[in-house]
Design a protein around this ligand. Structure first.
Ligand code: GLV
Ligand code: MN
Ligand code: MN
Length: 406
């Protein structure tokens, strides 16, 4: 089976009708996708293990298995109504890179390990890069036990129902486990396509932060309660969302981005004044201090809106992570590999976050981007051309080969 048909098959494990893909961690499509990938890894002769949350590791042993391995990989979970390429290109492209090296009979000194990270997307537990955070020790086992989905069901409930029973404290990788890590991914932005350049080599990953806000006002009859008497939680939330947007635009930097992607209104009836709202806000920037200035502006807006509208606002910071700098040796290996194949590349920053944000804390890390049509991602019409995916896998293989003999 070709890499392309494997991507197509993987896309069929979904809770949404094609071309949309929805694959939330620990769901039935996630289980079927894992089984499918494990069978592909087994067919490639890789040795496999899964940890206590379901990070999957598939290893091709090097000639000196005592050396730290070179890692590659990405995620297979997909947010609701997403596409078929986010994460999956790095998983199946990573597997293809290992198979390319096997086909040419290359036996490097270091082992090469494909990682299929568990829950890069925040859909189930509200926090992104769940699996890689645990691997890197950026989230500890006891803190992860506090995670709940929106219905209050715990991580432990979910993972054990999905068949993962191991000791959470064992998930963290030992120091020096990888000598280098490279993640292949679609760009999720338009720059490569616009420039007609087939590859992006990532030198830094932007700092993400996300907040959960609970806004509490007073409900009542939509016809009977007069406007001066209202303490409408949703109107307060709307002002906070607009303050977030204003603060992000006010930095004047195109790298500052802010989104309000979740808004639950209670009780959610057309003839009832909203008494309670849950908002989830996402703020990012490659410059951490500038990102934090937007977070501070949101805090000020919450206090001002609460006082003026007579509502309460409670905040939970879900995450507030620093940016990552990629490692120059891994970047150089990617540049050399692209040059040798005669493929143009552009160095760039990643505005999206990736598991590499956390892998960079425990291993020299860089990323390889390929173009995606129109820069579109997190949508059903996400698309990457087969020739770009193939080039990505080839350059990934070449870079891994360089790193694995280093
Ligand atoms: C990853 O999916 C992100 O939201 O950047
Ligand atoms: Mn994504
Ligand atoms: Mn992704």
């Amino acid at each position: 089976m070709s890499l392309q048909s494997e991507l197509e098959t993987l896309a069929t494990f979904s809770d949404a009708p094609a071309p949309a893909v929805t694959r939330v961690v620990y769901s039935e499509p996630d289980r079927r996708a894992r089984d499918y990938l494990k069978s592909l890894c087994r067919n490639a002769g890789l040795s496999m293990r899964e940890d206590a949350v379901g990070n999957i590791f598939a290893r091709r042993h090097g000639s000196d298995p005592t050396l730290p391995a070179v890692g590659t990989g990405s995620h297979i979970d997909a947010i609701p109504n997403a596409g078929a390429y986010d994460g999956t290109v790095g998983v199946l492209g990573g597997l293809e890179a290992i198979r390319i090296l096997q086909r040419v009979g290359m036996c490097p000194r270091r082992s090469i390990e494909l990682v299929i990270f568990c829950a890069e997307e925040p859909t189930r537990f509200g926090i992104g890069c769940f699996g890689s955070r645990l691997l890197a020790g950026a989230l500890d086992a006891s803190a992860s036990m506090q995670l709940r989905d929106k219905d209050g069901r715990t991580l432990d409930d979910w993972r054990t129902a999905a068949g993962f029973h191991g000791d959470m404290a064992q998930v963290r990788l030992p120091a020096g486990y990888y000598s280098g890590f490279v993640e292949l991914h679609i760009e999720q932005g338009p720059l490569l396509e616009q420039a007609g350049i087939p590859l992006g080599i990532v030198t830094a990953i932007a700092a993400p932060a996300s907040l959960r806000l609970w806004i509490e006002g007073e409900g009542g009859h939509a016809g009977a309660v007069l406007m001066p008497q209202r303490r409408d939680a949703f109107c307060a939330a709307a002002e906070i969302v607009l303050a977030e947007e204003t603060a992000a635009k006010a930095t004047g930097a195109c790298d500052t981005v802010a989104t309000a992607g979740v808004c639950d209104v209670f009780p959610g009836a057309i003839n009832s004044i909203p008494s309670r709202v849950r908002l989830e806000l996402d703020v990012r920037d490659i410059d951490e201090a500038r990102r934090d200035s937007v977070l501070a502006a949101i805090d000020r807006a919450c206090a001002e809106v609460a006082a003026r509208r007579g509502v309460t606002v409670r905040k939970e910071t879900i995450n507030s992570d620093p940016p990552a700098q990629c490692d120059s040796l891994v970047v150089d290996a990617l540049c050399l590999a692209a040059d040798r194949r005669g493929l143009g590349f552009q160095k760039m920053v990643s505005r999206a976050y990736h598991d590499s944000l956390f892998m960079s804390r425990i291993a020299p890390t860089a990323m390889l981007f390929i173009p995606c049509r129109g820069g579109v991602s997190h949508r059903p019409d996400e698309y990457a051309a087969p020739e770009d995916i193939a080039s990505g896998a080839q350059v990934l293989a070449d870079a891994i080969a360089l790193l694995a003999d280093h």
